[in-house]
Design a protein around this ligand. Structure first.
Ligand code: GLN
Length: 245
């Protein structure tokens, strides 16, 4: 089996180790004997047509402003990739841009690609950022508990076309009010969790891998891996999150 991972704007969107998500997916696939190709897409470069899984990291308002237009230019291609079963996975600033729109701290309106039915507004520099460790229960079947770290000013609200990726047990999540974290719809996922999130949440990483393999190979069985280090990292992050702030 083979898998093409596409990393969008790796030089601009890579907060808090988000590149680790790519490494986790690549290594978990390779350890199962899957041949992995990684394609990096920078500004002005076209999106490859053979991507099975597209990754978008987090970035602050300045980087988001730089990539928003390029991302919008790829909307049609990203949408048809997702419709054909490719996975799109975005973190924080990237997640905000997968939605309909993001209003920055300065009040600038950035149109998103609209792959997720969410809208984000940053209430301005004088409002509290939503920062800290997160423990959440994932709504994706079989994934269970997610742990990660969030740091965002934007408040995201979900429309009826998006499901929360998780419900927050510790932390703020999408907006600090409705108890939701992230969003998903079909094969498109957005989360506020950095850390990076996938190394510490191997069941979620494997869910995304299986989903990405499905469009070429149908339902595949992924052999289990020795995840003792990943589970220990997960447990340590969960324990730290539960220490009162
Ligand atoms: N600029 C966005 C915000 O503060 C995203 C930040 C991030 O990607 N960590 O809401």
């Amino acid at each position: 089996m083979e898998l093409v991972l596409v990393h969008l704007f790796p030089d601009l969107l890579n907060l808090y180790g988000d590149r680790g998500n790519l490494i986790a997916l690549r290594e978990r696939a390779r350890r199962r004997g899957i041949r992995v190709t990684v394609r990096q897409v920078r500004l002005e470069e076209p999106l490859p047509r053979d991507g099975d899984l597209f990754l978008v990291g987090g970035g602050e308002d300045r980087q988001q402003t730089l990539v928003a237009q390029a991302l919008r230019g790829s909307t049609g291609q990203l949408r048809s990739a997702a419709q054909s079963g490719a996975v799109v996975f975005a973190v924080c600033g990237g997640y905000q841009l997968l939605g309909h729109a993001y209003r920055t701290a300065e009040g600038q309106e950035l149109s998103g690609v609209g792959l997720l039915d969410v809208v984000t507004e940053h209430p301005g520099h004088n409002t509290r950022r939503l920062v800290g460790d997160v423990v959440a229960t994932c709504t994706v079947p079989g994934v269970g508990e997610l742990v990660g770290f969030e740091n965002h000013g934007g408040r995201t609200r979900l429309g009826p076309g998006a499901r929360p990726l998780a419900t927050v047990r510790v932390g703020f999540g999408n907006n600090g009010e409705d108890g939701t974290e992230g969003a998903w719809c079909g094969t498109v996922f957005g989360t506020y969790l950095h850390g990076p999130v996938l190394p510490k949440n191997p069941r979620f990483a494997d869910y995304l891998l299986r989903l990405a393999l499905r469009r070429r190979y149908g339902d595949v069985h992924l052999q289990s891996l020795d995840d003792r280090a990943e589970e220990a990292a997960h447990a340590a992050a969960a324990a730290r999150a539960r220490v009162p702030r």
